[in-house]
Design a protein around this ligand. Structure first.
Ligand SMILES: Nc1ncnc2c1ncn2[C@@H]1O[C@H](COP(=O)(O)OP(=O)(O)O)[C@@H](O)[C@H]1O
Ligand SMILES: [Mg+2]
Length: 226
């Protein structure tokens, strides 16, 4: 699903990522961990083509992401859901409109939009708040809207950059449980976090970055992955 090959990213003379070689398979659930400044967000931004590598390559679904023309980047992003630490919702709009926003631009029928929005809200257990304004919701609820919006188009890949960074432990666990449920249906999931409690509780593949390099890649803390 995602392949990083000899990937290096520099900002001026600052090296954010150095010679990253990784393979994330279809239907994997991966935690990307490491201290602040380790390169987690940079690695994710390269996957959704917010940025391009300095050298090396990023492949998503076999496609060299850096080679996609700017005008075609929206097509890439339609095949992935992106979840942010600060939710990035439209505050004055309803839960429904926030989730519908992306697929409305795709020219789907209202009936189809309605079906998908309601389906996504059921996955995140927020159907009962469908008409609430997002600014009236708790942080955990807002992040659930963020996840519903990310999955509404049924993407094969979901990327979440510190999705629990602003949440308490209980809400954080709920968010990861929802992502786990989405993963069970076949969606590849990559989650960055520096919450050790979460990483310990949910036994997943853990890729550890430090100063832009992969220093560990383990599954269940038991064996080295590849
Ligand atoms: N747009 C940018 N311009 C300059 N330096 C950046 C930029 N984005 C990230 N960096 C640098 O790259 C390194 C990795 O940052 P980042 O990917 O945000 O780490 P993390 O998400 O693990 O905290 C840091 O040293 C950061 O200062
Ligand atoms: Mg970050």
């Amino acid at each position: 699903m995602i392949k990083f090959k000899k990937l290096t990213k520099k900002y001026g003379n600052q090296t954010a990522l150095k010679n990253i070689n990784l393979h994330i398979n279809k239907s994997d659930f991966v935690f990307l961990v490491g201290p602040s400044g380790a390169g987690k967000s940079t690695l994710m931004r390269l996957v959704y083509r917010e940025d391009k590598p300095t050298s090396g390559k990023v492949f998503v679904g076999g496609i060299d992401v850096a080679k996609i023309k700017d005008a075609h980047v929206p097509f890439l992003r339609r095949r992935m859901g992106i979840v942010f630490q600060d939710y990035k919702l439209l505050p004055c709009q309803t839960v429904y409109d926030n989730v519908a926003y992306v697929i409305r631009a795709l020219g789907m029928s209202n009936e189809e939009i309605d079906k998908r929005v309601k389906g996504a809200l059921k996955v995140v257990d927020l159907f009962h708040k469908i008409n609430a304004k997002t600014e009236e919701l708790s942080g955990g609820e807002q992040q659930r809207v963020g996840i519903a919006r990310a999955i509404v188009n049924g993407p094969p890949l979901l990327i979440a950059d510190e999705p629990t960074g602003n949440l308490d432990p209980k809400n954080s666990q709920e968010i990861i449980q929802i992502l786990e449920q989405i993963n069970r249906r076949g969606t590849t999931i990559v989650v960055s976090t520096h919450d050790q409690l979460i990483v310990n509780k949910f036994k997943k593949r853990v890729i550890t970055l430090d100063s832009g390099q992969v220093i560990k890649d383990e599954c269940n803390g038991i064996y080295e992955c590849r």
